[in-house]
Design a protein around this ligand. Structure first.
Ligand code: UD2
Length: 291
């Protein structure tokens, strides 16, 4: 039999799973897309390891309204069958909905002080995650994901996403050039990234890794934000800008495609055919007004 072009494409797909997307970073970390892994095989490997996955989610002010959908959809799609402890940090514990959780899944509610500026809330998460990962989570969990609450799970998100340090490619920028990324470009900020630097534009709404690595990641944030404040500057996209700076010098060992944080349930592209987790529509002005 003579081999033709289609035979080579077929063998390529068998070997690497996808040919229409990049599934490896230049530093050889996998980029996880549908079709690049075998969920049954990976689940069976991690099932033998008796791991605990922690998740942090913050819901302050009016953002408690997103909790029911977040928690209920997590029960259907997120680390199903694995021990998962969700740490919910809120200023209104009385507003936490009663959601029935599966075996080995726990919701741990922690009360945090009320904050008024939404920018302080989103940035303040990093310092609180640093404390959690230094204290109770250090011995209790193996891995952690830190997620936005104005989101909903829609498809399988499980152990294929685990790694020492995990970033998610931002859904608006996955097919943009570096010069279009909205990194912090002002040298006065601690989050500054030079024009010729940067690999991907990562989302602030989902990142994770081992508890130790996420502690290392989150620990410097409060100080960097304080230095910025003392210099009368706030990074253009707040914690997301600082996260992108961190990932520039501390490369993720695994990168998740925008399937893991998609922009809109109704939007599909040629590359993103599977949606696992997505940002729900919200009226920013209304939901962020806490005064
Ligand atoms: C992006 C990022 C977000 C953060 C922010 C920084 C995504 C999907 N989201 O989202 O993670 O980096 O940019 O500008 O990549 N929150 C409250 N109460 C409030 C305000 C915020 O609980 O009043 C929490 C909540 O968990 C929310 C998160 O902070 O999901 C981020 O706030 P956002 O969703 O309003 O930020 P956004 O949409 O600009």
């Amino acid at each position: 039999m003579r081999l033709n072009f289609y035979h080579f494409v077929f063998v390529g797909v068998l070997l690497i799973g996808r040919i229409d997307v990049t599934s490896m970073t230049p530093w050889l970390a996998p980029i996880v897309w549908e079709g690049t892994f075998d969920p049954t095989l990976i689940d069976s490997i991690y099932k033998q390891q008796n791991i605990t996955i922690a998740t942090t989610v913050f819901a302050l002010g009016k953002y408690t309204r997103f909790l029911r959908d977040f928690l209920e959809s997590a029960e259907q799609h997120y680390f199903v069958g694995f021990r998962m402890h969700c740490y919910l940090l809120t200023d209104q514990p009385e507003a936490v909905p009663d959601v029935k959780l599966g075996i080995e899944r726990q919701l741990r509610v922690r009360t945090v002080p009320r904050m008024y500026r939404w920018q302080d809330i989103t940035m303040g998460r990093m310092g609180m995650i640093a404390k959690l990962t230094e204290n109770e989570l250090a011995t209790e969990a193996d891995y952690i994901f830190c997620l936005d609450v104005d989101t909903k799970f829609y498809g399988h998100w499980s152990v294929e996403a685990l790694g020492s340090l995990v970033g998610v490619i931002h859904p608006w920028f996955y097919n943009y050039q570096r010069n279009q990324f909205t990194y912090e470009r002002r040298p006065e900020s601690q989050a500054f990234i030079r024009a010729e630097e940067g690999d991907y534009y990562y989302a602030g709404g989902a990142f994770g890794g081992s508890v130790q690595e996420v502690h290392k990641l989150t620990r410097p944030f409060s100080e960097q934000q304080n230095i910025d404040a003392a210099n009368s500057i706030e990074a253009v996209w707040h914690d997301e800008s600082h996260l992108n700076k961190y990932f520039l010098y501390n490369k993720p060992t695994k990168v998740l495609s925008p399937e893991y944080l998609w922009r809109n349930i109704n939007a599909r592209t040629n590359e993103v055919t599977t949606i696992r987790f997505y940002i729900v529509n919200k009226n920013n002005d209304e939901v962020r007004s806490n005064f």
